[in-house]
Design a protein around this ligand. Structure first.
Ligand code: IMP
Length: 169
């Protein structure tokens, strides 16, 4: 399998994004939430590089794609922390069709938060079915199925430290 993003590059991406978030949220104490399970390794690395008094939480959502562009999101695990009034940063592994995060967005916005931004380690804009633009992106990639560093295929490969292109011919 071809390595697409080496571990060192992922760490560099986290350093860069962490520095940007540190700057953008200066004077604030954002709640940096990880979307389980795929974003776990990325979130863990990213938060090391945010030099602020942040809070951390974990959510697990399932999205069901509807007939058209819309979807439904079910919380398999909701926030432990009360998010009212928080500056919320949602950390995701990859944005593909955009259905998951575009569906999640209005749900979160209805919960009385102060602000909401989305960070994604990878972005596949060519695969979009609905309009969604993450506020912070680690790396934009082509239409490839990738595994490793949290990204899975049927729950496997999440533990790989680099990101690979799966079964490329
Ligand atoms: P979407 O943006 O709603 O289509 O879904 C995003 C989710 O699909 C991500 O959080 C991943 O769990 C999964 N996903 C999309 N593309 C890939 C990939 O290339 N490898 C592994 N998982 C992927």
């Amino acid at each position: 399998m071809r390595v697409l993003v080496r571990h060192e590059e992922i760490v560099d991406i986290c350093k860069k994004l962490g520095a940007q978030l540190t700057k953008d949220y200066a004077g604030k104490q954002p709640l940096v939430a990880c979307v389980l399970k795929g974003a776990c390794p990325f979130h863990s690395e990213l938060i090391k590089h945010i030099d602020l008094d942040i809070e951390v939480d974990y959510i697990h959502v399932s999205s069901y794609k509807g007939t058209e562009s819309t979807g439904t999101v079910v919380f398999k695990k909701d926030f432990d922390i009360d998010i009212t009034g928080k500056d919320l940063i949602i950390v995701e592994d990859i944005v593909d069709t955009g259905v998951t995060l575009s569906t999640l967005k209005p749900i979160l916005e209805s919960k009385g938060i102060s602000s909401l931004k989305f960070v994604s380690m990878l972005d596949k804009p060519s695969k979009r079915k609905v309009e969604f633009k993450p506020d912070y992106v680690g790396k934009t990639i082509e239409d490839l199925f990738v595994i490793g560093f949290g990204l899975d295929l049927d729950e496997k490969y999440r533990n790989l430290k680099d990101i690979y292109v799966y079964n490329e011919d």
